[in-house]
Design a protein around this ligand. Structure first.
Ligand code: 3HC
Length: 310
């Protein structure tokens, strides 16, 4: 009966084992996983837009090839994550339609414009860096398909972060204009990257329950702090300034004190009022509509092949 099933589920989570698609799970556990995995998948696909903007404008063939590979990786990450979400009994088509109709979210960070080539570096260093800090703990998430998707994604994300860091390193040691361009990008992407970790723990609606279910292993503020501490050291090597005059090492805490991002802005961006929200969704809707014939053709071909093998 349900009591035994709940007990069995609780025992799996308590023992740090994995809940698999065919295991019984509380409906609310399934629902929050669909919400989070779908949002994660949407983020990967929407994230291709700001970065893709610079593929045709990359300063060299080498930079273009690397950026192309990175954007293709993001599409693959979206694929793994939609596949993980489908194991929870919802189709990719439904998820994409919910995204386009604004009934599902994607990461706030991709609603900011990429104004210069240095933004590709800042996204790699800061946004992919933040994604790694957030995604490594997700490799130990209690839901098997999500945890396994994360292991592969984290490996590829490290390449993304390195290529961004290297772009900034090159610019920072280039001409004064190049260094200024790199600093301007860091100035614009720093606070939105901090906000990517979500609202403060005090305003986080899902954290407590997600941590009980071992979906979320660390709180939003814990991961944000970890990210700040990681970036301070790297900014030193890049010889670029973090745009926070109150950033300083706090020996008692063993961590850096820092200025919080504007959470009012985060709420506005999440609500759809960020600089690029409409453009991002409009682009996604158009791509979905223009791709309908490809999906129909692939489905018809698969159906024919299936009949041929009967
Ligand atoms: N952007 C958009 N919405 C956000 C958000 C953000 N940065 N942070 C929080 N939210 C939303 C939540 O979805 C929730 O809204 P809802 O209840 O309507 O769904 C609300 O704000 C309250 O936030 P919570 O802290 O309670 O929500 P979570 O427990 O889900 O924590 C999270 C937020 C830490 C982002 C968590 O969902 C998570 O870890 N998600 C998986 C990671 C992810 O999505 N990363 C995307 C980064 S981009 C990326 O990976 C691409 C890479 O290549 C750069």
């Amino acid at each position: 009966n349900d009591g035994d099933l709940q007990g069995y589920f609780d025992a799996i989570v308590a023992a740090d084992q994995k809940v698999e698609p065919r295991d019984w799970m509380p409906e609310a556990y399934r629902k929050t996983l669909i919400r989070q995995i779908a949002q994660h998948a949407h983020s990967e696909i929407i994230g291709m837009q700001p970065e893709g903007n610079w593929i045709s404008r990359a300063p060299s063939l080498k930079r273009k090839a690397i950026l192309l590979a990175k954007v293709q990786d993001e599409a693959g990450h979206g694929l793994y994550l939609y596949a993980a979400a489908e194991t929870l009994g919802i189709s990719r088509q439904e998820l994409v339609e919910m995204l386009i109709e604004g009934r599902q979210k994607y990461s706030s960070i991709f609603n900011y414009p990429t104004l210069s080539w240095a933004d590709v570096g800042a996204i790699g260093w800061l946004v992919d860096g933040a994604a790694i800090v957030n995604q490594v703990p997700l490799c130990r998430c209690s839901y098997g398909p999500y945890a396994r998707a994360m292991i592969r994604i984290c490996k590829e994300e490290s390449f993304h972060q390195r290529q961004g860091y290297e772009i900034l390193y090159t610019l920072s040691r280039g001409t004064p204009e190049q260094k200024a361009m790199a600093q301007d990008a860091v100035d614009r992407w720093w606070y939105p990257s901090l906000a990517m970790f979500g609202p403060p723990d005090s305003d986080s609606t899902h954290s407590e329950q997600s941590m009980t279910w071992k979906i979320k292993r660390f709180s939003n503020d814990e991961l944000r702090q970890r990210f700040v501490d990681m970036c301070v050291q790297q900014a030193g090597v890049l010889d670029l300034r973090i745009p926070d005059p109150d950033l300083r090492w706090n020996a008692e805490r063993g961590a850096h004190d820092y200025t919080q991002p504007d959470y009012g802005e985060l709420m506005q961006v999440i609500k759809g009022n960020g600089p690029c929200n409409r453009q991002r969704i409009e682009h996604r809707r158009r791509a979905y509509e223009e791709g309908a014939w490809v999906r129909a053709a692939a489905a018809a071909h698969a159906a024919k092949k299936a009949v041929a093998h009967v």
